[in-house]
Write a new protein. Structure first.
Length: 270
């Protein structure tokens, strides 16, 4: 008896590899990724935004319902200076991380560059704005409400956030009780589909665009995940506590009202 064999289906088409060696120049710099002309065309004005959406498979074929993005030059951190670097990016490097480190040490906010108090970060922001001659930008400390319709609307209106959170091994938000506390500059937002009556009814519908000191690329994270991570900053890392360095911790710890948990800074007026 004859048996018929059906040939296997052809493999799916290969998506462009944004990390392909063909995108690396001889001097080690990364060229603009060679995107499929049909992918994320709505973000063509900002290659770094388009790359972030490509990596995270956000709105490949059609534009999002709404988005807002503000470009900031990336600055990479040296040592535990993530908060200082994020703040320096917020003023476009006009107050450098080294300058901010000197001020923070002088004011007693830090020992090695760590910033474990949002209240102290607000005070440092005032000095950074003065040093960078930033005018018209208002900095407000917010307690709670990172994942809220109010915050989302403010982001859509051009607000920028400075948010502490727990960073996973790839620096995305995670839940480690505060043991990997990190800072990110939220410089944009994407609402994928029409939100209906409530921006927060669908936790998978809202992404924020972020920069931080461990990567030169823009990151796209789910806002709900970032808010959960921000809300789980309960305690200083025991591992860091045993590393022989001296850290400045606020009264009540990082989980208290003088610390980081469930708090963030919002900048408006850029």
């Amino acid at each position: 008896m004859k048996m018929c064999t059906i040939p296997p289906p052809p493999p799916p088409p290969t998506l462009p590899n944004i990390n392909s060696p063909t995108n690396v120049q001889k001097n080690g710099q990364i060229n603009e990724p060679s995107f499929d002309p049909e992918i994320c065309t709505w973000a063509s004005e900002h290659p770094e935004l388009r790359e972030a959406c490509f990596k995270n498979k956000i709105c490949y074929e059609k534009p999002p319902f709404a988005y807002k993005y503000r470009y900031f030059e990336s600055i990479l951190q040296i040592g535990p200076t993530c908060g200082l670097v994020a703040l320096s990016m917020a003023v476009n490097g006009e107050a450098s991380p080294d300058e901010l480190l000197s001020i923070a040490k002088l004011e007693g906010y830090t020992s090695n560059g760590e910033m474990f108090s949002c209240k102290n970060m607000v005070k440092l922001t005032e000095k950074a704005f003065s040093l960078a001659e930033v005018e018209g930008v208002c900095c407000t400390l917010k307690k709670g409400g990172l994942y809220s319709s109010e915050t989302i609307k403010r982001l859509l209106n051009g607000a920028v956030l400075l948010v502490p959170y727990d960073a996973d091994c790839n620096h995305s938000p995670c839940l480690k009780n505060g043991h990997t506390a990190h800072w990110a500059l939220v410089c944009g937002i994407i609402i994928i589909n029409h939100p209906g009556e409530d921006f927060i009814s669908d936790q998978k519908n809202v992404y924020v665009l972020c920069r931080h000191g461990k990567s030169k690329y823009v990151s796209a994270w789910n806002l709900y995940d970032l808010a959960q991570s921000n809300n789980n900053l309960y305690e200083f890392s025991p591992k860091k506590g045993a590393d022989g360095l001296v850290y400045v911790l606020p009264e009540g710890g990082i989980g208290g009202e003088n610390g980081l948990r469930d708090q963030f800074l919002i900048f408006e007026g850029y």
